[in-house]
Design a protein around this ligand. Structure first.
Ligand code: ADP
Ligand code: MG
Length: 328
């Protein structure tokens, strides 16, 4: 008998996966039955990755499995939620055992680490694409949202920005960097780390939060719009990796950090009155977030500054490695 849909599900998506006590019924029936703990709310997020759009043939299957989980958990992190259950819709042109083995490993590594259970999904034939829905748990009323920023709040970002964008630019031959830097930034493009612990730590501290999937400028813009406020950023404070700063000019590095996506760091705001609590909390955090600016009262207005003067961007910079035009 041919290897069918049910063999595929049982071989790659059920055996040796984590089991959670709050799953009353997982894969195998028409639907999953899940027990939400009392006084908790469910946070539900979905992301799709399509071949030729979000990844290409050279992307390892393990990276696709990792990343579809990471981007969903990054959304949960930005809401302050704790990841719990996943549902996977996968469309495959054919049953490719090597690809399925690597893909399921990439996905399962994250499930194992965060104790998430795959509780269902759908498997169909067609052009390669993967869609994951993640369910997270949140103590009632403690969500981090985009609409809570107030004038005077401090703006922070976690980690460093722009690396994934540099990796993509290198792949598309818009930039050239050393082999060791390329390995570093490619790891960030293929295997992003969702800021799950940070998101949960920020629950009662941050006034707003978002994860950076489309670039700092665009994603902070969503906070400003939802909160009806503006912001002032000191571009020199934006945290950048050595791989980025050693590969392109200073202004181009800032441009990458501002406008290239796929970093999956968190951008959030902290009111002055919570700053002491926040600093105390973060003292034990391995990668303490960086303060990059302040919320203002001008709705929708984002001011980029250097030494208090408006920042011009790399347009005037003719020395840019890769070149501003190419970058655009
Ligand atoms: P139905 O026909 O009732 O929609 P399916 O035949 O699509 O059910 O799926 C059978 C079971 O396998 C269901 O419990 C479904 O959630 C699960 N399932 C299907 N595809 C996947 C997948 N890719 N990963 C995990 N579970 C899956
Ligand atoms: Mg059914």
């Amino acid at each position: 008998m041919a290897f069918g849909e049910f063999d595929l599900i049982s071989t790659y998506f059920t055996q040796r996966w984590p089991n959670r006590a709050d799953v009353e019924l997982g894969v195998g029936d028409d639907g999953a039955i899940l027990n939400v703990p009392e006084e908790n709310q469910l946070v539900v997020v979905t992301d799709t990755m399509v071949s030729g759009v979000h990844f290409d043939e050279q992307t390892p299957a393990r990276a696709i499995g990792h990343k579809i989980a990471a981007v969903n958990l990054s959304d949960l992190a930005a809401m302050g939620a704790e990841p719990a259950w996943l549902s996977l819709a996968i469309t495959l042109p054919e049953v490719d055992h090597e690809w399925l083995t690597s893909f399921s490993h990439g996905l399962r590594e994250i499930c194992d680490y965060y104790d998430c259970q795959l509780v269902g999904g759908d498997t169909t034939r067609g052009p390669l694409s993967v869609t994951l829905t993640a369910h997270g748990l949140l103590p009632k009323g403690h969500a981090l949202r985009r609409d809570g920023a107030k004038p005077g709040d401090w703006i922070y970002v976690s980690g460093t920005l722009g690396d994934a964008g540099l990796a993509l630019a290198c792949q598309q031959q818009r930039c050239k960097v050393s082999d060791s830097h390329y390995r570093r930034v490619l790891e960030r493009l293929y295997f992003p780390s969702p800021r799950v612990a940070l998101g949960q730590n920020l629950r009662d501290v941050a006034s707003s939060a978002i994860d950076i999937s489309d670039g700092l400028q665009a994603d902070l813009g969503h906070i400003l719009k939802a909160s009806n406020v503006g912001a002032r950023l000191d571009v020199d404070e934006i945290p950048l990796s050595m791989a980025l700063t050693e590969s392109v000019t200073a202004d181009l590095a800032i441009q990458f950090a501002l406008s290239s996506g796929d970093d999956y760091e968190l951008c959030f705001t902290v009111p002055e009155s919570r700053r002491g609590v926040f600093d105390t909390l973060m003292a034990r955090h391995p990668a303490k977030p960086t303060c990059i600016g302040r919320v203002t009262s001008e709705p929708g207005k984002l001011r980029l500054e250097r030494d208090g003067e408006p920042w011009q961007g790399p347009e005037a910079d003719t020395e840019s490695v890769g070149g501003y035009e190419h970058f655009r």
